[in-house]
Write a new protein. Structure first.
Length: 160
């Protein structure tokens, strides 16, 4: 269904056209964006004449409430386990690097703090808070798993 949006765009104000091409671009079909671009060219509107700080603030507000993607959530749980396995492999092949095992958790935390700060700096408030929550929960999970293994080991040893 090919529609001609040029008439609709000609009825819009300059500000509305700039909004369509900047802050609300992701909400429109490609045909609408193309029609808006043609109308902006026809009117000789200079987008830089508009207060782009308002555009930036609007985009920041839109970014603020975006939910954390699944791969970030999975990484909070998987990354510490993969890093630990990798370091154990290295230590087994080079026993003189045994102190590297002590750095596993700090390396994980530094990486996760970096991701948290990057998300926050890019204006993703909700994402950064959810990432922090998932990170804390993954460490609680690993700690509970560690305690469970100690208890089970103690029970098995006491049976023998």
């Amino acid at each position: 269904m090919n529609q001609d949006f040029s008439e609709s765009m000609s009825a819009r104000s300059d500000k509305q056209l700039v909004d369509i091409l900047t802050t609300k671009r992701s909400e429109y079909q490609l045909e609408v964006i193309a029609a808006a671009e043609l109308e902006v060219d026809k009117r000789k509107i200079n987008i830089s004449d508009f207060d782009l700080s308002i555009v930036t603030k609007t985009m920041e507000l839109e970014n603020k409430d975006i939910e954390l993607e699944w791969y970030y959530k999975a990484s909070t749980l998987i990354f510490p386990a993969l890093l630990t396995r990798f370091i154990v492999f290295i230590v087994k092949s080079s026993p003189e690097l045994y102190l590297l095992q002590l750095l596993t958790i700090p390396i994980c935390i530094i990486g996760q703090v970096y991701i948290f700060k990057k998300l926050k700096a890019e204006g993703f408030e909700r994402k950064s808070l959810e990432f922090k929550k998932w990170t804390i929960n993954s460490y609680i999970f690993y700690f509970a798993l560690f305690i469970l293994l100690i208890v089970l080991t103690f029970i098995v040893k006491s049976m023998h």
